[in-house]
Design a protein around this ligand. Structure first.
Ligand SMILES: [Zn+2]
Length: 278
């Protein structure tokens, strides 16, 4: 009996995981020559698709169903052509909204261009709306020796790390709670997750997968961001994310992160902090 239950349990786990695992989809360009590979995840509840439309300086994601398409983050301005080409590859004609995880230059580099191009709504947290309006965000503090050195000596003197084409936002997030961003059946919720920056947010798709911006990264298993203005808030934000139903996290830098990895990293850092206090 125990064996049967064990087999049922394993099958259940496999069936659950199968829906949120990524798969590669191939797209041909108009001439049918260049074949691009894109990573795609599909939620099991409502079949919402997340496609990694760009995987260079900053991962950008399309989230879509039959009725709506939204874009999360816009990468750096020198990747505009490649981002546009990829959107064309997918025959994207309408982007209902562009959701920004935060206002740093490598996430907002093409926001003005895309807002005009697609006449999209732009969403950002209220604490970062002014940065977007000014086209300027200061570089966050380093969290490891090399990034600390970088920000203190070079970082804030080089304006290309801070400037981007300014843009007005149509909608802002203010509540420290979940709520639906897009009406209808494209279920995306915002979770306020300060730490990397003051107004960083994550977008939770269908209560299953979170697109997390720079709240975590994936550098060969190390997920603590190399830059964070408020490290003390970052861990609280991780805890908040762990308390959701999400099992998979898509960062702006690096590959997807599974829940157990976040859990392990959270426990490890927490222990370290507690040891220091004691
Ligand atoms: Zn950032």
């Amino acid at each position: 009996m125990k064996k049967i239950l064990y087999v049922i349990f394993i099958l259940y786990v496999l069936a659950n995981n199968a829906c949120t695992q990524s798969q590669y989809i191939q797209n041909e360009n108009n001439e049918g020559k260049k074949i691009m590979k894109y990573k795609k995840w599909t939620t099991k509840m409502n079949g919402i698709e997340m496609i990694q439309i760009l995987d260079k300086r900053c991962n950008c994601f399309i989230v879509k169903n039959d009725n709506f398409c939204v874009l999360i983050d816009t990468s750096i301005n020198y990747e505009r052509k490649i981002l546009s080409d990829h959107l064309n590859d997918f025959n994207v004609k309408n982007i209902h909204s562009i959701l920004l995880t935060h206002s740093h230059f490598d996430h907002t580099g093409n926001i003005q261009f895309l807002q005009k191009q697609y006449n999209s709504n732009v969403f950002i947290h209220s604490l970062e709306v002014q940065f977007l309006k000014n086209g300027y965000t200061y570089l966050p503090k380093g969290t490891i020796p090399i990034t600390k050195l970088f920000t203190s000596i070079i970082g804030n003197r080089i304006m290309c790390f801070q400037k981007f084409h300014a843009c007005d936002s149509d909608k802002i997030f203010t509540e420290n709670m979940f709520y639906d961003i897009i009406p209808d059946d494209l279920k995306i919720e915002m979770l306020q997750t300060p730490g990397h920056s003051i107004g960083s947010v994550c977008f939770i798709v269908d209560n299953e997968i979170a697109i997390v911006g720079d709240t975590m990264v994936n550098n060969a298993g190390n997920i603590y961001p190399p830059f964070a203005d408020f490290p003390e808030n970052l861990l609280e934000s991780w805890k908040k994310i762990l308390e959701t139903n999400c099992r998979l996290f898509l960062p702006a830098h690096g590959k997807e992160i599974e829940k157990y990895i976040l859990d392990n990293n959270y426990s490890k850092i927490n222990k370290k902090i507690n040891r220091k206090i004691a």
